[in-house]
Design a protein around this ligand. Sequence first.
Ligand SMILES: *[C@@H]1O[C@H](CO)[C@@H](O)[C@H](O)[C@H]1NC(C)=O
Ligand SMILES: *[C@@H]1O[C@H](CO)[C@@H](O)[C@H](O)[C@H]1NC(C)=O
Ligand SMILES: *[C@@H]1O[C@H](CO)[C@@H](O)[C@H](O)[C@H]1NC(C)=O
Ligand SMILES: *[C@@H]1O[C@H](CO)[C@@H](O)[C@H](O)[C@H]1NC(C)=O
Ligand SMILES: *[C@@H]1O[C@H](CO)[C@@H](O)[C@H](O)[C@H]1NC(C)=O
Ligand SMILES: *[C@@H]1O[C@H](CO)[C@@H](O)[C@H](O)[C@H]1NC(C)=O
Ligand SMILES: *[C@@H]1O[C@H](CO)[C@@H](O)[C@H](O)[C@H]1NC(C)=O
Length: 378
Amino acid sequence: MPRNSLGSVFMMVLLGNSSVLGLATRLCPATVDIAFKEAHHLHTKYYNYTNGRLNGGSVWTDANALETMHELMLLTGRTDFDGVADNSYIGRHALNTSSDWQAFTGGYIDDAGWVVLAIWTMADYKKVRGEDNVDTFLISAGQLYDKIAANWDDTCGGGVWWTTDHGYKNAITNELFLTLSARGYLRTGNQTYLDNAKKVMESSGMRTSTGLFNDGLDFATCRNNNGTTWTYNQGVIASGLAALAVATGNHTLFHQAEITLDATIKRLTAPNRVLKESCDDPHANGTVCDIDQQTFKGIWTKHLQYYLTSAANVVSAAKYGPFLGLQSEAVVRYATNASLDIGSVWYARDQGGSVYNVKSLPSGIAAHVAAAQYGPCL
Ligand SMILES: *[C@@H]1O[C@H](CO)[C@@H](O)[C@H](O)[C@H]1NC(C)=O
Ligand SMILES: *[C@@H]1O[C@H](CO)[C@@H](O)[C@H](O)[C@H]1NC(C)=O
Ligand SMILES: *[C@@H]1O[C@H](CO)[C@@H](O)[C@H](O)[C@H]1NC(C)=O
Ligand SMILES: *[C@@H]1O[C@H](CO)[C@@H](O)[C@H](O)[C@H]1NC(C)=O
Ligand SMILES: *[C@@H]1O[C@H](CO)[C@@H](O)[C@H](O)[C@H]1NC(C)=O
Ligand SMILES: *[C@@H]1O[C@H](CO)[C@@H](O)[C@H](O)[C@H]1NC(C)=O
Ligand SMILES: *[C@@H]1O[C@H](CO)[C@@H](O)[C@H](O)[C@H]1NC(C)=O
């Protein structure tokens, strides 16, 4: 190995270590408090111990909410929602290695991807706490991952389908497959996961010249369908590329990820630099994001947080940390009402167009959790 390449490995280790050490010490207490206050509100207002669901939620948004709650406990070493992992309906299925995942996810391959992420984070939490059945969770996550992988084919240059009826290939399902494959490899060392991650990278891209990913493919031409550039698409690809960069040592992938992250900050924000979905509008007479779209921005912040953890370098943390802090502040200033509910519009105060529900609330919490880890502490 040439000398300068050894040197750069050494630098990475140094930067990586200082950043990892930093993570434990630089969590912002004020932002952690806000995140827990809101997570307790979510738990109290919506969590249903009878069926393990969030009342009014859906599989994929509940998966994201559970992931965020457990991520927050993992980051802080706290146990506020101990027992939720096993009680949750996702956990109940994870505890049953004969679960009918097809029925559970309704045939949505992207939902399966979100559920794997939730099961992994809950398993990590259970492991740290020394709880039982961690391996059962991981076996179930592996089974579900295999079901996703089985929905890959070569149509339009490769990629997994959005649903098991194979009607549409979209960006989010493939971004999730990339992130699961790369992270799965890092978790297990199993080569199949790494091969799958590389396969997604080689399949047809949906990134445009703006740096953003569109929703999906047009099958008449096998080309980008020019669908909406949702925020969450721009986050999940970044966390996936970063995990693959770590898995392969190919640091170009960090650069690729930052092209899309930077394009998000440039193009999917309001003039005050707060994230704005194309359907977001604070006015009652404007457009309103649908029940799924209301949760996208928080997923972007969560996957930027994962990106920064994988990248483990102070330069990227310094580049994006203030932006994460700004999102968290905006959620407090504009989106949070007097009873701690968080609305769907972050960039301006509600004038009748922001929607407050079981999906917009965990989205806002995800912004606080990401800022607690990487945002400045003012
Ligand atoms: C909680 O779940 C149970 C079982 O599905 C249901 O009967 C009950 O109505 C739910 N509670 C609320 C507040 O929705
Ligand atoms: C596990 O899942 C299978 C398939 O849905 C079901 O038949 C079985 O009753 C479940 N087992 C338990 C203990 O819930
Ligand atoms: C690797 O992962 C694949 C896909 O999940 C699985 O089929 C295979 O059994 C795993 N191999 C090992 C050695 O665990
Ligand atoms: C998407 O937009 C590009 C550039 O305007 C255009 O060339 C392409 O045909 C469009 N694709 C579809 C499926 O409409
Ligand atoms: C690293 O990733 C980039 C971007 O996908 C790719 O073009 C390049 O060939 C990769 N380098 C290696 C050594 O695999
Ligand atoms: C929508 O309502 C806002 C105030 O709530 C007003 O400023 C704006 O002009 C209205 N837009 C239209 C198209 O009516
Ligand atoms: C906050 O939003 C929730 C959900 O829409 C609503 O039930 C509650 O009344 C609001 N609180 C205040 C103080 O406006």
